[in-house]
Design a protein around this ligand. Structure first.
Ligand SMILES: [Zn+2]
Length: 268
């Protein structure tokens, strides 16, 4: 079973294991995000994530990492992420034994799920910082406290099914997978390259919705990067994404999942 949690967040129910990638359900408003401090919304997390065994974090920016410690503290899940992710979650109160520092090239098992950690390239976005964490972290944190040290993609293998969570802005170096989730804004050539390598049966977009809107609203496409055209700022166009994926591989299915709707793999 796969469930989209908004932004880059996905829940996978694989056998008896609930594995979540990049949970971010708190979604503080724009002004709060850029000028205030951000704290997890426990009520929202409790409502939508009643149980969880493992959390994989692609990188330590707040919109991927900030809700992980609260979920792990309540459910007992273990958080797998970079050194910065582990330090941020420990500073939020998670015991060190519930964190697992990972690096590109690692492979490990979560129950009977094989997880492979792949390197990923992250885009530059104003306010989203890189590098070492501050020595003193004062909670709740500010956006700039969530510094990225490394970014990962993940390959999950379970009973012969391969799921690729592709976080990178680069399309090269991707392994074969049955199910692929990737960014919704790229060139035709980008999708040609990525899908040519992965050869998936199904593609889902990720990180396409406006995360400044609370989850009580219907997800809306996020603003896309400024461009030399009119209007200079548009919103991410999922029809354009679907058309590019279709052109890259006409046999590949595309799913834009409803938020929090569980989809059984057999039905996809
Ligand atoms: Zn980021």
């Amino acid at each position: 079973m796969i469930k989209w949690l908004g932004n880059a967040g996905f829940e996978f129910q694989l056998g008896n294991t609930t594995l979540i990638v990049d949970p971010f359900l708190t979604r503080p408003r724009f002004v709060q995000t850029y000028f205030g401090r951000v704290a997890p919304d426990e009520a929202v997390l409790r409502k939508h994530i009643p149980r969880c065994d493992a959390i994989l974090v692609t990188h330590a920016h707040f919109d991927h990492c900030m809700d992980a410690p609260a979920i792990a503290l309540r459910t007992g899940a273990r958080v797998h992420g970079s050194a910065n992710t582990c330090r941020l979650t420990q500073a939020a109160g998670l015991p060190a034994r519930q964190t697992h520092e990972i690096a590109s090239g690692d492979s490990f098992d979560i129950n009977n799920i094989r997880v492979s950690v792949l390197p990923a390239v992250h885009p530059w976005i104003p306010g989203y910082t890189f590098g070492k964490l501050r020595r003193k972290l004062e909670f709740p944190l500010r956006l700039r406290d969530y510094r990225m040290d490394a970014c990962y993609s993940f390959l999950l293998e379970f009973e012969g099914t391969r799921i690729l969570v592709w976080s990178s802005t680069q399309p090269d170096g991707a392994p074969r997978a049955d199910l692929l989730t990737c960014r919704a804004v790229s060139s035709q050539r980008w999708y040609d390259t990525l899908l040519g390598q992965v050869q998936p049966n199904l593609v889902l977009p990720q990180h396409w919705d406006d995360t400044y809107q609370p989850l009580s609203n219907e997800p809306q496409p996020f603003f896309s990067a400024p461009r030399l055209a009119f209007p200079p700022i548009g919103r991410i166009n999922l029809q354009d994404f679907a058309a590019k994926v279709h052109q890259a591989d006409p046999n590949c299915k595309i799913l834009v999942p409803d938020i929090f709707m569980p989809y059984r793999f057999e039905a996809l």
